[in-house]
Design a protein around this ligand. Structure first.
Ligand code: F0G
Length: 408
């Protein structure tokens, strides 16, 4: 379908859907797409959604693009019970939305299938993004699919190897900056203009349109209801805002009568949004040299901070920051107890859930969804560092049995 219009998230200024806008021409803030819901009711959509596969494009009536989509069959990711968290909160059910099972191993694919389809609608042939890794891997894949040229800006040395390999192998031109992700992001609009490239960072409102479908899926997976709490790792703040937009649209359609409370989790060394919320301030103070083992969310000056802060506050939610040690512990517990291998940034939501469960925040009967944003194979280095080298063993039955019975 076609977007009705674009709107500034801050001052409410309205713009035509035909414009290619990343920030408000009036006040400089973020832009969102207002989807035309005229004539769309839950009664109308429900049978149509039901007859399509459980994938992202099932919800096409609410996706503001036209023509054949650029797709790798994304979405439809599992919602898996996380049982070990129940030990810390009686009668509370915890789930992980396993977004690492998207085609390139992260939730970014939701945004890219819609964003690159939008680029195609506009007749663009060159796309660009700044990235801590997953965005670049995803954009590179979807650009290949669409036959477009792809340029990605990443922090030199600051990107996990799996993600870099994906971007390179999918044929992107990778530019490694002697600086942070924030330096890359700070230059992206001017660089894109100079190169006549279409920007597919989450300041592009069409990206978030794709990402909002994860909220639709969670609602379906919980038996057409929203969770009581949705916990999400926060970097630039796009994804949390996208979930909120998705839940709000379901509410507007009359598909659900309530909204979840949102929890944004940041890493201790990169927590400008959590800090502002915890201090009850209206503006963030950017962090100059963000530090965390969770490289995906190593962001000091998040582009979508306003959208995310508004979403958390409107939902009567909260924000917290967790140290790296808690992130790594949550990553390890999730893998050992549940068989789910997620990257460190993804485990931030589990670390947040664990902390809040121990603090007694959740009430009996509640359902809590933790968004696990990316696959563990993206960043094996972070994991392998915590294990000693494995000494080689003689290839004989005796030696193998002895090694298997030794200390794990
Ligand atoms: N989790 C993972 C695995 C990510 O890659 C990101 C963001 C986030 C969480 C945070 O999402 O920015 O919407 O708040 N990664 C971006 C990238 C910045 O370039 O791949 P957000």
């Amino acid at each position: 379908m076609q977007a009705a219009r674009l709107e500034c998230v801050q001052c409410g200024a309205s713009f035509s859907a035909q414009e290619e806008l990343y920030e408000c021409e009036e006040c400089g803030d973020g832009i969102r797409v207002i989807v035309d819901m005229q004539g769309l009711s839950y009664e109308y959509l429900r049978p149509r959604w039901r007859e399509r596969p459980f994938r992202l494009w099932r919800y096409r009536e609410l996706l503001p693009v036209t023509g054949e989509e650029v797709s790798l069959d994304e979405g439809g990711t599992p919602l898996v019970q996380v049982r070990f968290l129940r030990d810390f909160a009686e009668d509370v059910r915890f789930f992980a939305k396993n977004e690492g099972l998207n085609p390139t191993g992260s939730f970014k694919d939701r945004g890219m299938t819609v964003g690159v389809t939008r680029a195609k609608n506009l007749g663009r042939t060159r796309v660009i993004c700044a990235s801590t890794g997953n965005t670049s891997a995803s954009l590179a894949a979807y650009a290949s699919r669409a036959g477009m040229e792809c340029i990605v800006l990443v922090p030199s040395g600051g990107i996990a190897k799996g993600k870099l390999a994906q971007a390179l192998f999918n044929g992107a031109r990778v530019i490694a900056l002697d600086g942070t992700f924030d330096d890359a992001m700070g230059n992206i609009l001017e660089v894109a203009e100079a190169l006549d490239a279409y920007v597919l960072n989450s300041i592009n409102p069409y990206r978030l349109e794709g990402q909002k479908t994860a909220a639709f899926e969670v609602w379906e997976q919980l038996g057409h209801d929203v969770p009581d709490w949705l916990i999400c790792p926060v970097g630039n703040g796009g994804n949390m805002a996208a979930y909120w937009k998705g839940f709000e649209e379901l509410f507007r359609l009359g598909a659900v009568g309530r909204l979840p409370r949102l929890v944004g989790v940041q890493a201790d060394g990169a927590s400008p949004i959590a800090d502002a919320i915890l201090r009850e301030e209206d503006e963030i103070v950017p962090v100059d040299d963000p530090k965390t083992v969770a490289s995906a969310i190593r962001i000091g000056n998040p582009a979508n901070w306003r959208k995310t802060m508004r979403a958390i506050r409107e939902s009567d939610g909260l924000a917290l920051k967790v140290p790296d040690a808690e992130i790594l512990r949550a990553q390890s517990l999730l893998a050992r107890e549940e068989g789910l291998f997620v990257e460190p940034a993804s485990a931030a939501s589990i670390a947040g859930a664990l902390r809040l469960a121990k603090e007694g925040l959740f009430r009996p009967g509640e359902r809590v969804v933790c968004v696990c944003t990316g696959h563990g194979l993206k960043d094996p280095d972070a994991v392998l560092e915590s294990f000693p080298d494995i000494p080689p063993v003689e290839p004989t039955v005796e030696a193998i049995v002895a090694a298997a019975q030794g200390e794990p």
